[in-house]
Design a protein. Structure first.
Lengths: 345, 462
């Protein structure tokens, strides 16, 4: 039972790459959910003309966005230092979409600051930049996901598919963003967010479906993993739970307008919680499909791993520091718990 | 497109990004500690103007920090995409150092920044001061890790090569490699000077727009101006001394770089100090040189007739001379200017209630970003001076370059350059805009802030 893919998991050379695979998954998943909601808020910024509503939207992500993006640095950092050869293949193949994403992230990061600090008449320009930057980042991340799933094939079908996933991820981030705002705001803006969330549900569902169909399609090995018996039965809860979460979100979004008008905030966090659940399940399904490959059917975790002694040195740091990071991140969310208030230094 | 050299493009792209990036952490490292100083002065004295100073400079800090974060994210990708050979060869050393930077510094500063910027009314004064301290400490810790790695690239130690890959034999030797203590001190002092001149320059800009005597609601202007000037005056002599020691360290470990900095082509006893020259790489000599006899030997070897190794003796393993020679002179020139300005202004401000002469204030305004010039020139000296090596004596830059097609690099380089130029001009104009805006609006004194901090337990309960 201790050998897997011909690897002895009791030796450090066996389990350390697994551990770092787990850390990689945790940081990418945390990134997608955390930066997902603030990218989503950026994507939605163009949906309102009201300046104070824009401010309120930005205020809801103000204390968090910096730290949210750090999870991306950690994810890429772990890929770079723990799996250098996979890093080279993946980021080499994704060179241009990565550059595009970085442009997008840069634009929105600085627009966040400039919009309130530059001259007042420049403000619409920076709001626009924030919006466009968020869209570009989300789309290119979805495009990269599409490329990863199709194993970096250089075919028009793969590019087309990846573009579609790009648009679906915009939808999914939009759903996260809208439900985040639903939870963090009040009044007229809060009512609007319900409509935004509803409008994003369909694209999110298409994205989840497209990824679920494409992954087994591309690799017979992945097909085997999902559709052989008894795996099929054991894994069935994943799609069923995802479906249920979509259902609960839709139902909650239909009921909330009336409740909010009665001044009842009960359940305003349900769509966000369910959307996070959808992301978790989709990510889990994807990780299950890919494991133990970092590049589908080409490079495994163990093939890509760097020297055992380096991994050991980093693992001490991870073991001590990561819980501390999670601790003060929770502290920060506790400090800013509840409805957001205006950003004031 | 085929004629484009991908290695050169990758270098220009990385240099552009890292140059753009380093401008902002340099300011935020120092500004973080200045903010902590303003905050603790306010807590200790209760004087309103210290809080005004804090509230004004935290805006510039937030803006600077954001620019540092986004350009830093770009860098984390370019390490791998532009220099795959770097990670393949020395990944066992670079990897853990970078990982520890992210784990111990990045998260800490980014998370605490949220509390520092927007959490004052929610967490209470002591926790807010603690958050300010943690942000400053985080930025400094981040400098520690990245400079350990950078220094190791100049003076590698504590490793052995096995099958073409570096493996660590001693982490202490890797981190505290021979050039690290000098580089770290030199860099932190550079950060302090950059921050101090920014503080003094922007304050002097605001000062010039005020009547004399300055109204009491603007007392923060003189406070920050004095802080900037006196810190600069204190740091610059230390910096000149440390810079000199760093140079001697370079002579011991990277003599080719030092020869290029000094513009000494031939190995000579009693080498002349070259004040001005146009280094000529075809004739391998200096044109129009102005020199002081034997001085270089004296300050490098402490012997008027000491031997200094010339550039020619390194064969083709030496850096391009002219850029190293000139950027070194620019750095030293700005440093001497900083000494003259900070000391003469400090003299004018030696009494507690002294005012500054308008011409002196104008010079300070002109010197606002002088730290950046010295800093970038210094980095070019040391980084170009390491060429053709990426890791001294171990891996050349060309060996580490990626196989990404030149046109992909050219395209993304074009995008990055446009972006950086736009952002840099926006940054500069917004800083002065903030300074003007601060003078137009009546400063909110500590009244509301103090109230907020008293009410904070209540505010949290809501």
């Amino acid at each position: 039972m201790t050998t897997y893919y011909g690897i002895d998991l009791t030796t450090p050379a066996g389990w350390l790459p697994l551990l770092f695979g787990l850390v990689l998954c945790i940081s990418m998943l945390t990134y997608v959910i955390l930066d997902g909601y603030d990218l989503g808020v950026g994507i939605l910024l163009g949906k309102t003309k009201d300046l104070s509503q824009k401010d309120m939207m930005i205020a809801s992500i103000g204390p968090f966005w910096d730290a949210n993006e750090t999870w991306l640095v950690l994810g890429v950092g772990i890929l770079l230092v723990a799996f250098p050869s996979a890093h080279g293949v993946i980021l080499g193949a994704l060179y241009l979409p990565v550059a595009l994403m970085l442009m997008g992230l840069t634009l929105r990061g600085v627009a966040f600051e400039f919009r309130v600090k530059a001259k007042a008449h420049h403000r619409p320009l920076w709001d626009h930049t924030f919006n466009i930057g968020s869209l570009i980042s989300a789309w290119s991340q979805g495009f990269m996901l599409g490329q990863l799933i199709t194993g970096f094939q250089e075919s028009s079908a793969s590019y087309l598919f990846s573009s579609l996933i790009g648009f679906c991820l915009i939808g999914a981030y939009r759903l996260l963003g809208a439900s985040w705002l639903l939870m963090k705001t009040e009044g007229a803006l809060q009512e609007k967010t319900i409509g935004w969330a509803k409008g994003s549900l369909l694209f999110t569902a298409i994205g989840v479906l497209a990824v679920s169909i494409a992954t087994p399609w591309v690799s017979p090995r992945i097909f085997e993993k999902w559709f052989s018996f008894p795996n099929l039965l054991l894994l069935l809860p994943i799609p069923l739970m995802t479906l249920a979460l979509f259902g609960i979100t839709a139902r909650s979004l239909n009921r909330l307008p009336l409740r909010l008008r009665q001044g009842n905030q009960y359940g305003s966090a349900i769509p966000f919680a369910c959307t996070v659940g959808i992301f978790l399940l989709s990510f889990y399904g994807l990780a299950y499909s890919l494991f133990p490959w970092l590049v589908i059917d080409r490079i495994t975790l163990w093939q890509a791993a760097s020297a055992t002694e380096s991994l050991l040195v980093i693992s001490y740091g991870v073991a001590i520091v990561l819980p501390v990071i999670i601790g003060y991140t929770l502290f920060s969310y506790r400090v800013f718990w509840g409805k957001s208030t205006a950003l004031k230094y | 497109m085929d004629s484009l050299d991908p290695v050169l493009l990758a270098r220009i792209q990385f240099a552009a990004n890292i140059t753009f990036h380093i401008l902002f952490p340099t300011i935020s490292i120092a500004l973080g500690w200045f903010l902590l100083f303003f905050k603790t002065r306010f807590v200790a004295t209760g004087q309103a103007h210290w809080m005004d100073a804090y509230q004004f400079w935290i805006k510039i800090f937030a803006l600077t920090f954001a620019l540092g974060v986004v350009s830093g994210i770009t860098m984390s990708f370019q390490f791998g995409t532009n220099w795959p050979g770097f990670m393949n060869t020395v990944g066992n050393i670079a990897g853990p150092l970078l990982a520890y930077e992210v784990l111990t510094a990045f998260f800490l500063e980014a998370t605490m920044l949220g509390i520092m910027l927007f959490g004052r009314a929610r967490v209470g004064e002591a926790m807010h001061t603690a958050a300010t301290f943690l942000v400053a400490a985080g930025t400094t810790l981040s400098a520690f890790w990245i400079l350990a790695l950078n220094s190791w690239m100049h003076t590698p130690a504590g490793y052995e090569m096995i099958n073409g890959q570096a493996h660590v034999t001693s982490w202490m030797a890797v981190i505290f490699n021979p050039s690290f203590p000098y580089r770290m001190t030199h860099m932190l002092l550079a950060s302090g000077l950059t921050g101090a001149f920014l503080l003094a320059g922007v304050s002097a800009f605001r000062y010039l727009r005020q009547p004399i005597p300055i109204p009491s609601s603007k007392k923060d202007i003189m406070a920050t101006l004095r802080t900037g000037v006196f810190v600069a005056a204190a740091l610059i002599p230390a910096q000149i001394l440390v810079g000199d020691l760093h140079g001697l360290n370079t002579l011991a470990h990277q003599p080719a770089k030092l020869a290029a900095m000094e513009g000494i082509w031939e190995t000579t006893q009693g080498a002349d100090a070259v004040l001005f020259a146009l280094p000529n790489k075809t004739t391998q000599s200096n044109d129009y040189a102005i020199t002081i006899p034997k001085l270089a030997s004296f300050y490098l070897t402490h012997d008027w007739n000491g031997t200094v190794q010339g550039i020619k003796s390194f064969g083709d393993k030496h850096p391009p001379v002219a850029p190293v020679f000139w950027s070194f002179r620019i750095m030293v020139g700005v440093g001497l200017l900083m000494l003259a300005v900070s000391w003469s202004v400090a003299w004018q401000l030696r009494r507690k209630n002294a005012w500054l002469k308008p011409w002196a204030a104008k010079i300070l305004v002109a010197m606002t970003f002088s730290g950046w010039i010295a800093l970038v020139a210094g980095w070019y000296t040391t980084e170009i001076g390491r060429q053709p090596w990426l890791v001294q004596g171990l891996l050349t830059t060309a060996q580490a370059a990626s196989k990404v097609p030149a046109k992909h690099i050219a395209l993304s380089l074009g995008m990055y350059l446009t972006l950086y130029i736009t952002l840099l001009s926006a940054y500069l104009s917004v800083i002065f805009h903030l300074a003007r805006k601060a003078d137009e609006t009546e400063t909110t004194t500590t009244q509301p802030a103090a109230e907020a901090s008293l009410l904070s337990p209540l505010a949290k309960a809501h």
